[in-house]
Design a protein around this ligand. Structure first.
Ligand code: FES
Length: 125
């Protein structure tokens, strides 16, 4: 999985919808915690994978109910067994929960730390 911290996007004035977002990130020489790649085992959620590789991603309930762990899926597919908070509209826009997101595709690109985006901020408890 290739990951990117939303804060790095906001700091540089990039847009979540930029088609070349990850190429820009690769050229920007970001800190390893802000942009990089990590392995997600099939039985790991994205959040668990990040934690098991030494990263600290936002979370709270770990049960699909708070959206603190939300990520924006740029590429790939995830299963989402427990989601009690994101609507179909959120899902269509590309938002997923990392605490309950398991890889279904070989390759994933996600932006984590998106919980403060206006459309998610209002959901958080
Ligand atoms: Fe609460 Fe994932 S940590 S929904």
């Amino acid at each position: 999985m290739e990951f990117l911290d939303y804060e790095a996007i906001a700091d540089r004035g990039w847009d979540l919808e930029d088609a070349d977002l990850f190429a820009k990130a690769a050229d920007a020489d970001l800190a390893p915690a802000d942009h990089g790649r990590l392995l997600v085992e099939p039985d790991e959620s994205l959040l668990e994978a990040a934690e098991n590789r030494g990263f600290s991603w936002p979370f709270s309930c770990r049960g699909g109910a708070c959206a603190n762990c939300a990520v924006y899926l740029v590429e790939g597919e995830l299963s989402q067994p427990a989601n009690h908070i994101l609507s179909e509209e959120h899902a269509e826009r590309g938002f997923r929960l990392s605490c309950n997101g398991y890889p279904l595709s070989e390759e994933l690109k996600v932006v984590f730390n998106v919980k403060h985006l206006p459309e998610l901020d209002e959901l958080r408890l």
